[in-house]
Design a protein around this ligand. Sequence first.
Ligand SMILES: Cc1cc2nc3c(=O)[nH]c(=O)nc-3n(C[C@H](O)[C@H](O)[C@H](O)COP(=O)(O)OP(=O)(O)OC[C@H]3O[C@@H](n4cnc5c(N)ncnc54)[C@H](O)[C@@H]3O)c2cc1C
Length: 453
Amino acid sequence: MNEKKTKIAIIGGGVAGISAAVELCEHSVPFYMFEQAGRLGGRASSFLDAESGDCIDNGQHLISGAYHCFFNMLEKLGTEKHFLRQDSLKVPFLEKKLLNRNESEINKYLLNTSILKGKSGKVLGLLNMKSLSLKSKLNIIQLFIKLQKKSFIVQNISIIDFLKEQKQSEEAIKYFWEPLVLATLNASISLSSALLLARVLRLSFFSDSKSSALLFPKIGLSEYYNNLKDLAIKNNSKLFLNERIVSIKKKGNAFELISKNGSRFEADCLIAALPPQALLKILPNEISENPFFDEMKSYKYSAILSVYFWTEKEIFQDMFSALINSKFHWIFNRNAFLDRKSKYFSYTLTTSSAENLINLSKKEISNLINEELEHFFQKKEKPLFMKIIKERRATLQISPAIEAKRYDNRTPISGFYLAGDWTATALPATIESAAQSGRRAVKLFLKENGNRK
Ligand SMILES: Cc1cc2nc3c(=O)[nH]c(=O)nc-3n(C[C@H](O)[C@H](O)[C@H](O)COP(=O)(O)OP(=O)(O)OC[C@H]3O[C@@H](n4cnc5c(N)ncnc54)[C@H](O)[C@@H]3O)c2cc1C
């Protein structure tokens, strides 16, 4: 058996692990990284779909211009340019309106914040939304104005309680706040903390046009991290793909890692860049019995359902659209932003907080897709093939109680650090939260173990 030693090991090659690795390279600290899959990126990764021959993501991701830490990481990997960037936030909506039992019509409208620059542009953008009454629009604008003031303190209560406290109409909640919260927090308004919503709005929507705009990946998500291998080699570090760590043992002041294929490694320090449920599986009892780890044992997660489908004819030309009164929340037109060559048109339908849909069979989901396509695009044409991706534990549900006690990167075990979207970044569980958390774990490690430049 091969015993290998390193100063610091990262377990998990998702965005948090990659961010930690890039930060260690910046400080010339050699490391080992272990990833159980054959590709980097974890929940934000991509793979080749055999049936279509297309590279697809593990679910379409919405990337915000406010993801500064994530873009900083990509800059160091040399891949930050591979995005189609909106010049300012524009969100198209398609709303299905039932006229009677058998008939419906589709209303199309656009939240366009480019009309005027800055904050007033966003207010005007809202006024253009046709599905809202003037009263609801004014409701929302009043709350926006309040939220932009630093002196306006948002309490750590559920979003629904906050919106009711702020006298938001039922219509404003249903047609504006609910879709916004699902898109940004992947959780229902009754579960999530209002603190997270306020922070997301302040960092993106109320910020400059660049930060509030959305970006669309032109390449598969895992391709953004390909250069990490070369960066690691230059830094005398190693990436171990297909290397699942099955247990961690304390060995004096160091840690012994045992992988599924029987290899053993030793590390003075560890960054566990894993989701809580994966971390709990590999901790030895002597560590997991520490009451510090109790809180994460009862964590609950929100699901995301993504359905990729391919058609012979084009069904929709916009880059994406939010869908109102549909079982699916978004449609993405992959032909419009990806660098791909195929004779087929490719689209993705996604649903956040998808607990109601996630247990449906392939046939039931396929029937649902056909119905929705007929309603929204008046197309009889059925998809040629489909790829359904069910992520039952897509993101942690961050309720007010969880937010109040989110885990720091530091643990009571010396030299053992946590990283991941779920840790205390003050952000929802997103790519940016994961990137910030990985970087912070390294900063803490450097502070506590000396900066080895
Ligand atoms: C379908 C979907 C859509 C999403 N949409 C968005 C979006 O639009 N915008 C956004 O910002 N965020 C979105 N997210 C959330 C975002 O993907 C995550 O917040 C982020 O990728 C989390 O990164 P992480 O590194 O913390 O965790 P992970 O990506 O889970 O990384 C953990 C890694 O550890 C590996 N691992 C686990 N156990 C072991 C082990 N024992 N040994 C070795 N390796 C192990 C895993 O394979 C994984 O690669 C979405 C998530 C999903 C699932």
